[in-house]
Design a protein around this ligand. Structure first.
Ligand code: SAH
Ligand code: AVI
Length: 370
């Protein structure tokens, strides 16, 4: 049995091979990744969908081939898209990651002291950039038996994150969960003990309001009275600040948005020409959300060979690729309340740019049989 890494086959017994035998041009991360499956602290499993979830073909038929045109944002996150998102987080304009990171650095000790988790289950964990603060707080609190369960649709990202966190936290067990959380959460393993669910980055804002409540309700249905949720949510603020965050000067967000067309070309054998589209992100003050579009620069016809369909786009015609809702303390609390949750602590910077909410089942939900 062997495994492939950046085009190079390594024997499975790589653990017994001196590190000098690994070709020098293979970056260190690849060396760590190539050993991951042999580390008994790591497991990777697929989460079965609890209900049918539309695949790309169906989403394209339902969303892209009809007007107004749209696509769900989960298709952004192939390996390249996930890496581009990680780069967005470092752009000077994209304040959410920096702000949430600083908040988490400051409040992780309090969250861990209150939650005392045996398991941290993170939804849409991506690169797990901020999770390290929680793990450090666990180490400091001496809760070193806690296991980490990152859940994401992008397996390469899960593996990279696991390798990095396991290198930084000796003894940490990582159970990577690969799946689509839109297919339901009840297929997730249900480890015993106290659980801290984590949903960071304001990814909840990428859901329509009813979808967000439905998702949080599913999460609440998994929770026992000792469990809690740490939720990150971006806040309503000046449209100029918001629009800059989604139109960075370096063009990383544009590349992230346009990469969706590469995903379609690869998966559906289509012939989108990314140069024939431009990225646009606008704040919709009525719905309190950023809307991200791909705009056709010209009148064009695109063939979707695998579907046996074609798409005619007018010059200036738009495809909605993402919404990113922004919250006020009131809309955030109302959303949690509708899902049967209530906040026990809220952490915000002085400028009110972002909220981290530590929530638990509301009193009513705790007595209601789930
Ligand atoms: N939580 C991280 C990453 C946010 S990006 C942070 O705060 O920086 C959103 C993440 O959600 C991506 O890693 C993406 O792969 C994941 N994701 C998006 N849709 C998903 C779905 N339907 N099921 C599982 N993961 C999803
Ligand atoms: C993952 N999600 C919360 C990001 C957001 O801000 O809505 C995705 C993103 N899209 C463009 N920039 C970042």
């Amino acid at each position: 049995m062997s495994l492939k890494c950046r085009g190079i086959w390594f024997p499975r017994y790589v653990d017994h091979v001196s590190v000098w035998e690994i070709p020098a041009h293979v970056p260190i991360m690849d060396q760590i990744l190539s050993r991951l499956d042999m580390d008994e602290r790591f497991r990777c499993m697929r989460v079965p969908a609890a209900r049918p979830v539309p695949g790309l073909e169906e989403d394209v038929r339902r969303g892209l081939l009809v007007r107004p045109r749209s696509l769900p944002p989960k298709y952004f996150y192939d390996e390249r898209g996930s890496a581009l998102f990680d780069r967005i987080c470092d752009t000077p304009e994209y304040y959410p990651t920096r702000t949430e990171d600083a908040l988490l650095a400051a409040c992780a000790g309090q969250v861990i002291a209150r939650a005392r988790p045996d398991h941290i289950i993170e939804l849409g964990s991506g690169a797990s950039r901020k999770t390290g603060h929680l793990l450090t707080a666990l180490d400091r609190a001496g809760l070193d038996g806690c296991q980490y369960w990152p859940f994401d649709v992008c397996e390469p990202m899960l593996r990279q994150a696991a390798a990095r966190l396991m290198a930084a936290h000796a003894g940490l067990r990582v159970n990577a969960l690969v799946g689509d959380y839109l297919g339901g959460l009840s297929g997730m393993p249900r480890p015993g003990g106290r659980r801290l669910f984590v949903f960071l980055g304001s990814t909840v804002g990428n859901f329509e309001p009813a979808e967000a409540v439905g998702f949080l309700r599913e999460l609440a249905a998994l929770m026992d009275s000792g469990d809690s949720l740490l939720l990150g949510a971006d806040r309503v603020k000046s449209p100029a600040v918001l629009e800059a965050a989604y139109n960075d000067a370096e063009g990383v967000t544009a590349a992230f948005n346009l990469n969706l067309l590469e995903v379609l070309n690869r998966e559906l054998d289509s012939d989108f020409m990314p140069d024939a589209f431009m990225h646009r992100a606008l704040y919709n003050a009525v719905d309190q959300r950023i809307e991200m579009y791909l705009i056709s620069r010209v009148r064009q016809m695109v063939h979707l060979s695998r579907l046996g369909e074609h798409l005619e786009l007018d010059a200036g015609e738009s495809i909605l690729t993402e919404i990113s809702r922004k919250f006020t303390p009131e809309t955030l609390e109302a959303m949690l309340g509708e899902a049967g949750l209530e906040s026990v602590a809220r952490f915000e910077p002085e400028n009110g740019y972002f909220s981290l909410v530590h929530a638990r089942l509301s009193r009513r939900s705790r007595v209601r049989p789930l």
